[in-house]
Design a protein around this ligand. Structure first.
Ligand code: DOR
Ligand code: ZN
Ligand code: ZN
Length: 429
């Protein structure tokens, strides 16, 4: 928690302003009409010059895999959090498929102890397991847990939860008002496809089809409806899922998350060397599906998340069946969101909704809006900066050290990140 006078920033409305941050909270916003940027800093506050940069709420990325404990050679909570703040993300929700799984209070406590070092807020999405309903109740009472994560199908480091256990967790979570995040891929559909296609990266999307995703989403919506559960659909890959959600009758308690890789990449992009770099669950889809999903971003999607899933290139070089699934990208969510704004896909209000506002409201976090009383998690952006991802002065900060997007020209760049009123990242500094 920190106190700061943030002088001369530009609000999303276009007004120049100064922000008074106290105790990690936005105390007041002095817009230019009311004396604004010229306002002298209160004598007791250190001053940060905003240099006329655009100020936004820090991004909230509720879907990251930081690998600690058990996979520290790929990422740790500290290295992952550093990569996050470099990209303007100030809250991360870490997933439970670490080793051990975060399905017990002991495993949760182990992560929580490590989180103190991290430069951003960390939340831990607690994992559903066959016999851990009581652990879920206890975990949800801690400040670390805002959601339950259920794997409805097998994925990296997780075999998928059986339907009867899934139903029991939906029922309990519904009673508790605890949002359930699902990885929706139908186990039996994946098993049925297993012998029908060659096992290689180019056929990954056949081995785990859109139909397998739709079947699982349909079932998740059914359970959410039956049990009054708030449902967060992770990494939706097809606009056909949006049709199901909109027809569900419970649209208001469903959160639709999409990830940059499903918006930017399709099966047509898969190429060597190391085709398994593109192996991710759920898979990249054919180009028309990608285009339709991106077209839906302006209106039908609730939020962006990275599904940051770092693996080493050595692991990705293994044969298809052994290579782990997942694409890293925690540091590039806000940069892509800014680039889409610069392209004119949506306005700044929508950018804030997609990167922080909607998910903050869904989970009850006091973040994701530039208002007095909100936590002072902020990012200062140069909206006109043109830069190249992964080149020049942009180095991949994630410990895995690679990105699929290297060479992408971008417009709009996060330069300074504040968490709880304290500067935790400064580009070039
Ligand atoms: O591709 C994926 N990678 N999908 C998942 O569900 C898990 C993730 C990981 O942890 O690597
Ligand atoms: Zn998943
Ligand atoms: Zn994931």
């Amino acid at each position: 928690m920190s106190d700061l006078f943030l002088h001369d920033v530009r609000l999303p409305s276009g007004e120049r302003a100064a922000l008074e941050l106290r105790g990690g909270i936005i105390r007041s916003i002095h817009a230019s009409g009311s004396g604004g940027p010229g306002l002298p800093a209160p004598a007791d506050l250190p001053r940060e010059d905003g240099r006329g940069l655009l100020v936004l709420p820090g991004a909230i990325d509720m879907h990251v895999h930081f690998r600690q404990p058990g996979g520290e050679h790929k990422e740790t909570l500290l290295t992952g959090a550093r990569a996050a703040v470099k990209g303007g993300t100030t809250t991360c929700g870490d997933m439970p498929n670490t080793s051990p799984h975060t399905t017990t209070l002991a495993a949760l406590a182990q992560k929580a102890a490590l989180a103190a070092e991290a430069p951003c807020h960390l939340l831990f999405n607690f994992g559903a397991a066959p016999e851990n309903l009581l652990d879920v109740r206890q975990a949800a009472a801690t400040p670390w847990v805002r959601a339950l994560k259920i794997y409805m199908g097998p994925s990296t480091g997780h075999g998928g939860l059986a339907p009867e256990h899934t139903e029991a967790h939906f029922r309990q979570a519904g009673r508790m008002g605890l949002p359930v995040m699902v990885h929706a891929e139908h186990i039996e559909s994946i098993a049925a496809a297993e012998g029908r296609f060659p096992h290689d990266a180019r056929h990954h999307a056949d081995l785990r089809s859109i139909e397998a995703e739709l079947t699982a989403v349909h079932e998740a919506l059914r359970m959410a409806r039956d049990h009054g559960t708030k449902l967060h659909l992770c990494h939706v890959t097809s606009a056909r899922v949006l049709d199901l959600v909109e027809a569900s009758g419970i649209r208001e308690r469903v959160f639709v998350e999409v990830c940059p890789h499903h918006l930017l990449l399709s099966t047509a992009d898969i190429h060597g060397p190391v085709e398994n770099r593109y192996k991710v669950n759920p898979p990249l889809r054919p180009e028309p599906e990608r285009a339709a999903l991106l077209a839906a971003l302006a209106a039908r999607i609730d939020g962006l998340a990275s599904d940051h899933a770092p693996h080493t290139l050595a692991e990705k070089r293994l044969p298809y069946d052994e290579a782990p699934s997942g694409i890293p990208g925690v540091e590039y969510v806000l940069p892509f969101a800014l680039a889409w704004w610069a392209e004119g896909r949506y306005d700044l209000a929508r950018l804030i909704a997609l990167t922080s506002g909607n998910v903050a409201r869904f989970l009850g976090l006091n973040r994701g809006a530039l208002e007095p009383g909100r936590e002072a998690d902020l990012v200062l952006v140069d909206p006109d900066a043109r830069w190249t991802l992964g080149a020049g002065d942009d180095r991949v900060a994630s410990k895995c050290g690679w990105t699929l997007y290297a060479g992408t020209p971008l417009r709009g760049r996060p330069l300074v990140t504040l968490v709880g009123g304290r500067v935790v990242y400064r580009h070039g500094g």
